[in-house]
Design a protein around this ligand. Sequence first.
Ligand SMILES: Nc1ncnc2c1ncn2[C@@H]1O[C@H](COP(=O)(O)OP(=O)(O)OP(=O)(O)O)[C@@H](O)[C@H]1O
Ligand SMILES: [Mg+2]
Length: 303
Amino acid sequence: MSSLIKTQNLNFSFSSGVKTLDNVNLDVPQGSIYGFLGPNGAGKTTTLRLLLGLLRNQQGTIEIFDKQFSSHRLEILRKLGSLIEQPSLYLHLTAKENLDIYRRIYECERSRIPEVLKTVGLDNTGKKKIKQFSLGMKQRLSIAITLLHQPQLLILDEPTNGLDPNGIIEVRELMKKLNKEHGTTVLVSSHILNEVERMATHVGIIHKGRLLFQGRLHELQQMKTKQSLLEIETSDNSRSLQLMKDQFASQESGGKIILPFQNKEQTAAINKLLVQGGVDVYALHPQQSDLEQLFMDITNTNN
Ligand SMILES: Nc1ncnc2c1ncn2[C@@H]1O[C@H](COP(=O)(O)OP(=O)(O)OP(=O)(O)O)[C@@H](O)[C@H]1O
Ligand SMILES: [Mg+2]
C-alpha cells in the first residue's frame, strides 16, 4: 500500500522550550481510513493544521500525494478536502444555496451540488433552511462542501464532536461510504477510542506530541490479546501448577495462578483439568485488557 501522507520528524513548538509535536512520523496509506487518536491537547489539530499549511512548518518534512508540501502546496490542496474549523454556513439559506456559494468559490460544476447532497444524504431537504437543521445535518453539509471538488483525500478534525449518538453514526457511516464507494482516503482525528475502532482501518495514537503507536487496527487489537491474562483461584495452587505444567505455561503470583489468556476453550480446558485432578476451582478471571485499557497503558507509561 503506498502512502498518501508521510511526515518525517515533524516537530513543532508554539513557545520555545515546549514541544507540541515531537518527531511525528505519520504514514497514511492510500485507501485507508486512518484514525488519528489522542486525548485532549495531544497535538492532533496542530498536526492536521501543519498538513494543510495552516501553521508554518518549523522542522521536518511533509509529503502528500508523493510531493513535498513546501514546494507543491496549491497542487496538493486542490486534491484534498478538509474540515478543521467549521466552514461558515449561511443559516438563512438552504443546503443547495449554501453549496452554490462554495461551488463558485471552488469553481466546480453546478452538477456537483445534487451529487454531493445525495452522497451525504441531504438530498431531501428541499427548502429547509440550515437554521432548522440538526447538528448532524449541519456537519454532513459541511462535509458535502469539502467534497465538491471530488478530493481523493479528506482530512477531518473530530468531525463527530458535539453530535448526538445518531449524528455520530451518520457521520461515521458517511466516512465509510466515501472510502468504500469513492476510494477516498480519510484521515480523521478523534479522542474516543471506541469511535476509531468502529471505522478505522489504520490507527495512529498521539500523546503529548509523540506518536506512540501506528499501524493497522488489527495490530492494535493483537497487542490487546497479547496482554491479556487468565487468573485462577484454587484450593491448592501447587497441585494445580503440577497438573497444568505439561500443557500450560502458568505461574503463581499474589496467591493466584496466572497465565496468558488465549480463549474461552482454554479456560474451560483448565477448569476441567483441575477439577478432575481433585482441586477446587473458586474463580477463573480472564483479565481482558481491552483497547481502552491498552490506550491508558500506552499513554500512562509515557508521561
Ligand atoms: N495557538 C496556540 N498557541 C499556543 N499553544 C497552543 C495553540 N494551539 C494549541 N496549543 C497547545 O498545543 C497543544 C496541542 O494542542 P492541539 O490543539 O493540537 O491538541 P488536540 O490533540 O487537537 O486536542 P483536542 O482534543 O483538545 O482538540 C496543547 O497543549 C495546546 O494547549
Ligand atoms: Mg483538536
